[in-house]
Design a protein around this ligand. Structure first.
Ligand code: PLP
Length: 374
């Protein structure tokens, strides 16, 4: 079955009791069982499992082509539960450019648990190979990356990881399974902040992991989730499942709009560079064209006038809202250097843009007036 069809139907069987086409939201925290804890319909307690969450998990596993998926209270809960399932003494390779929360978790908290973290440019495969030679348990990839939009070769990283007995995990938040399927390219686990494109409407926080194999490591993470408790609430699971239905259609429009916005920005004299893998000038363009179906709705732009110009443009925009996050219907702009705080590694002349579903001409008109006024 093709992805567009899966997105509509996966986890979407009509309700057995009522025939309702829209899945019910099961809010029950506890489920009736027999005197010795015998389960009646497979459920016991919401923290362990819940029918609405199970539907979403089935949908995400199907969309990513995995044997299993788990859902979490947020993207960071998914990342934390996964990385804290590594044994003490494990070695993690992390991209130099990735979501700042993952970077902070890896540099502030994981070393306390005896997990060693090395950051490097994942596009430099020779550097990754020599880092692997020092021993590696897990390679983290994020492609395209947040916020520099670096593209890394998932198949090559998977080969390197497996050669050294390590796992490859790919944060697929920016691309979504519609545009990129890391498991098919060799990754072992895919991570999502479902807060973004899956939810799609800036109104539901969540995270997910999709696993190529329903193996021991997957079960260890499921057990840790059950015990540590960062589970996705049923209403959030329901909203996210609803988001799945329109994900392919929304992604198509995000991509079409982002391409037009990127091309417009690249032609402006105030602009030093546009980081968008869909532009032929992007160093990862050919690789992205190979491993992605389209180039996504995210981009970042760097200004010749430095931080002042970036902030002035952000301040003059009317249709784009200054806000963090991404993947919603509305276009957002963000000075990442400011939101990431004092330890940011993001260039100060950079604005990150989440291109929404408005008409591209209106978005371009807003950018044009902001560039004139700034
Ligand atoms: N990964 C990426 C690429 C993100 O952009 C984010 C959030 O912005 C996360 C992970 C963390 O997800 P959440 O905010 O749902 O915890």
């Amino acid at each position: 079955m093709r992805l567009e069809t899966l997105a509509i139907h996966a986890g979407g069987e009509s309700d057995r009791e009522t025939g309702a086409l829209t899945p019910p939201i099961h809010l029950a925290t506890t489920f009736k069982h027999g005197p010795a804890g015998e389960r009646i319909a497979g459920y016991e307690y919401q923290r362990e499992s819940n029918p609405t969450n199970e539907r979403l998990r089935a949908a995400i596993a199907a969309l990513e082509g995995g044997e299993a998926a788990l859902t979490f209270a947020s993207g960071m809960a998914a990342v934390t539960t996964l990385l804290e399932s590594l044994p003490s003494g494990a070695r993690l390779l992390l991209p130099d450019d990735c979501y700042s929360g993952v970077r902070m978790l890896a540099t502030e908290f994981l070393p306390e648990r005896g997990i060693a973290v090395q950051r490097l440019d994942m596009a430099d495969l020779a550097a990754v190979r020599s880092a692997c030679a020092g021993g590696v348990d897990l390679i983290w990839a994020e492609t395209p990356s947040n916020p520099l939009m670096k593209v890394t070769d998932i198949a090559a990283l998977a080969a390197l990881a497996h050669e050294h007995g390590a796992l490859l995990v790919c944060d697929n938040t920016f691309a979504s399974p519609v545009l990129q399927q890391p498991l098919a390219l060799g990754a072992d686990i895919v991570m999502h902040s479902t807060t973004k494109y899956f939810g799609g409407h800036s109104d539901v926080l969540g995270g997910a992991l999709a696993f190529k194999h329903d193996d021991e490591f997957c079960k260890r993470i499921a057990h840790r989730l059950h015990i540590t408790g960062a589970v996705l609430a049923p209403f959030s699971a329901w909203l996210t499942l609803r988001g799945c239905r329109s994900l392919p259609a929304r992604m198509a429009m995000h991509c079409a709009n982002a391409r037009k916005v990127a091309e417009f920005l690249a032609a402006q004299p105030q602009v030093e560079r546009v980081n968008y893998p869909g532009l032929p000038s992007h160093p990862g363009h050919e690789l992205a064209a190979r491993q992605m179906r389209d180039f996504g709705g995210m981009l970042s732009v760097q200004f010749r006038g430095g931080r002042e110009t970036a902030l002035a443009v952000a301040g003059k925009l009317r249709l784009f809202t200054n806000a963090t996050s991404l993947g919603g219907c509305e276009s957002l702009v963000e000075h990442r250097g400011s939101t990431e705080g004092p330890h940011t590694t993001t260039p100060q002349n950079l604005l990150r843009i989440s291109v929404g579903l408005e008409h591209a001409d209106d978005l371009i008109a807003d950018l044009a007036q902001a560039l004139r006024e700034a």
